[in-house]
Design a protein around this ligand. Structure first.
Ligand code: SF4
Length: 230
């Protein structure tokens, strides 16, 4: 399997897989070097750890050929698996459903704004429209388990004017995480001229207050650290 990284710290084993079916212009992960790990070695790594929780992230884990087999094996040894995805492969989420604890899905922009989705994902117009449909299916599946929706707040796309178009998608999620763009240089490449954290924390907070009526918990993450609203 193609991995960017594997780690075991702070109560979580984290597997970051290489490769993605999007080309987001601010993504650092698709440029990171990868290494091949046999699935047996990953399962052994997990087995040798007392850590119960496993996060499958990356870039995009659903592209790995053996992902479902890996999830089944991790589940069989008593691990609690959380699967992150960009939502383009609801078929994989459906097959993984019985073997995972929950899902993490990213919403990038209002789904009625195809030009914004094209800019943010590098997908063609046709593929962006397809993405919106596939993402709806992914959300429908994931809402039946624990679900965190995370939103990278890039101010040109996610702001107090566009958030009302995103809110309907958030209903039924267990929590929403709002991430202040560029607040962690390890997560983002500069985009739209932003090289420092944006928008201001006061706007992240205002967006969090808008989201809170829709879900039980909102996490705000940025240069000011982490805040939970509930
Ligand atoms: S930001 Fe996420 S969806 Fe976009 S290219 Fe990177 S890993 Fe893929």
């Amino acid at each position: 399997m193609r991995l960017i990284d594997i780690s075991d710290s702070r109560g979580q084993i984290r597997l970051d897989f290489a490769g993605c079916n999007m080309r987001c212009p601010y993504c650092v992960h698709i440029h990171r070097p990868m290494k091949e790990w046999p699935m047996e070695d990953i399962v052994e790594f997990a087995k040798s750890s007392t850590t119960e929780n496993i996060y499958l992230g990356g870039a995009e884990p659903t592209l790995q050929n053996d992902l479902l087999e890996l999830i089944r094996q991790l589940n069989a040894i008593g691990k609690k698996v959380i699967l992150k995805s960009n939502g383009l492969k609801p078929d994989v989420l459906k097959k993984a459903f019985s073997y995972v604890e929950g899902f993490v899905l990213e919403i990038k922009a209002p789904h009625d704004d195809i030009p914004a989705i094209m800019e943010l994902t590098g997908l063609s117009e046709e593929r962006s429209k397809e993405y919106v449909e596939l993402m709806h299916q992914s959300l429908e599946i994931a809402r039946k388990k624990w679900l965190r929706i995370w939103i990278r707040v890039i101010p040109e796309y996610v702001n107090v004017d566009t958030m009302p178009h995103i809110l309907p998608e958030l209903k039924g999620a267990s929590e929403v995480m709002l991430y202040q763009f560029m607040s962690n240089p390890e997560f983002d490449l500069p985009f739209k001229g932003h090289e420092e954290p944006v928008p201001p924390w006061s706007e992240i907070r205002a967006l969090g207050e808008m989201v809170l009526p829709e879900v039980p918990l909102v996490r705000l993450v940025g240069s000011r650290g982490k805040t939970v609203l509930k």
